[in-house]
Design a protein around this ligand. Structure first.
Ligand code: EPU
Length: 415
């Protein structure tokens, strides 16, 4: 198993080109199952998760060709609407194929994702939403089987604006009979791009980017091309590292997707400058403590919570980080404490002692964003850090060690 080795303490300085957003490309790849033809997707991040989704599309009968960051998906011969446990258990986003397969075939069988490193992560909103559209949903030997001759538009209200459930219902409802209204829908940029992509295919979706989305069912969709939006979480990870260790510019980003993070970084004393789509962060003389509470978009993202905790271990005094989206997403804390950090978690609140004297250590990745926080921790720590189970980081970051290395970090991968 690969390991990442870091010799900490180097300042960072330089520029990083961002890839396309993982959480935008995955639902768009699933949506390509809705059409009988070839979808071309550009700025595709070459990630473990992208490759898992390619495998899944091939298993259901599709053809996929990835060349650099361009992906072609031919869904003409898709004929087996089944997503097996072996794939779904490695990537929960596989569940995204349920909506489009059901819409296209009137039937789909998708393994129920199990728990994950930070809690149960249920899919009840997805299933209740599909039932509201008229599907008969049953659980058979660990698999969700959904059936409906033709889905029927309805009014659906989520208790929480779930990203995945909004995406799944959007893809199911685009060809339903009549109009669907999703109330309390997710407003994340990745969901907005999914809506825009579906509209380019011929769907009739309005209210995009608001809490109320209307989907007027259509009979036909046709294939189209799309270029994936920049990954705001990759951008945020590098910007937080810059605020910890020097000066980092992320190129070709989307500053509007990062407003709250940029405000928070400024409050730490860092200097932010934006030039078109490029964002530069320069560390201040000291890192001031700044509390953060995660929220759905446009709030501070839960996917940058772990990285913020790493930064705060070096702040001038204590801070508090609360996760309101995933209450148990703190598996990185015990690992950061192995560097000498003093972080305590009570329920969904982490209290971080500032001015930690971090010293490199062997640590273990537990999920994608936890791994990113361990890299930031290792870069700030004195001496050698060895991160194991780095397949987690490869799920969501393309060439992360090469990018950090180009900024001056002493970081390598051992195969
Ligand atoms: N929830 C339910 N029932 C459901 C669905 C969600 O109770 O049926 C709850 C969840 O347990 C959680 C909250 O609603 O407490 C939000 O979950 P959501 O459905 O919004 O998350 P998701 O769609 O499973 C996506 C991203 C995550 C990101 C979250 C929140 C993808 C592929 N994944 O997950 O990304 O953390 O939204 O923004 O888009 C990552 O990239 O590392 C990652 C985990």
């Amino acid at each position: 198993m690969d390991k990442i080795i870091i010799n900490g303490g180097n300042p960072l300085k330089g520029k990083v080109t961002l890839g396309g957003a993982k959480n935008a490309v995955l639902p768009i790849m699933a949506a390509s199952l809705l059409v009988d033809g070839t979808t071309h997707i550009s700025r595709v991040p070459d990630l473990r998760d992208t490759r898992t989704m390619i495998k899944l599309l091939e298993l259901v009968g599709g053809k996929a060709h990835l060349e650099g960051n361009d992906l072609w998906i031919d869904s003409k011969h898709v004929n087996k609407p089944v997503a097996p446990y072996d794939l779904v258990k490695t990537m929960r986003a596989s569940f995204y194929v349920l909506g489009p397969l059901l819409a296209r075939f009137g039937e789909a069988k998708v393994s129920l994702p199990g728990g994950c490193a930070w809690g149960p992560r249920p899919v009840d909103y997805h299933l209740q939403g599909l039932e509201m559209l008229g599907a008969k949903v049953t659980l058979e030997s660990g698999y969700i089987r959904a059936k409906a001759k033709r889905l029927k538009g309805n009014h659906i209200r989520f208790d929480f604006p779930s990203v995945g459930a909004t995406g799944n219902i959007l893809m199911a409802a685009v060809t339903a009979d009549g109009t669907t209204e999703i109330e309390n829908a997710a407003r994340e940029p990745e969901i907005m791009q999914l809506c825009q992509f579906l509209n380019s295919m011929g769907a009739k979706i309005s209210g995009i980017g608001t809490h109320k989305i209307f989907i007027k069912g259509v009979n036909d969709l046709s294939p189209c091309d799309v270029s994936i939006i920049p990954d705001r979480i990759e951008a945020g990870t590098f910007l937080i590292a810059g605020a910890a260790l020097g000066e980092v510019t992320v190129l070709e980003g989307e500053p509007d997707h990062l407003k709250v993070l940029l405000e928070k970084l400024e409050q730490t004393g860092a200097n932010i400058s934006i030039s078109g789509k490029d964002i530069c962060v320069r560390k201040g003389d000291v890192i001031l403590p700044v509390d953060v509470e995660t929220e759905v978009f446009p709030g501070y993202p839960t996917d940058l919570q772990a990285q913020w905790i790493a930064l705060m271990t070096k702040a001038e005094s204590d801070s508090v980080v609360t996760d309101t989206v995933y209450h148990d997403r703190f598996s990185h804390v015990a690992e950061l404490n192995r560097f000498g950090a003093d972080i305590r978690v009570l329920k969904n609140v982490a209290s971080i002692k500032g001015k930690a004297d971090l010293v490199g250590a062997p640590v273990m990745s537990t999920d994608i964003r936890a791994s990113a926080s361990l890299i930031i921790g290792g870069l700030m720590a004195k001496g050698k850090t060895e991160i194991s189970r780095v397949y987690h980081i490869d799920r969501g970051y393309e060439n992360i060690e090469e990018k950090f290395s180009s900024l001056g970090a002493d970081i390598t991968r051992l195969n």
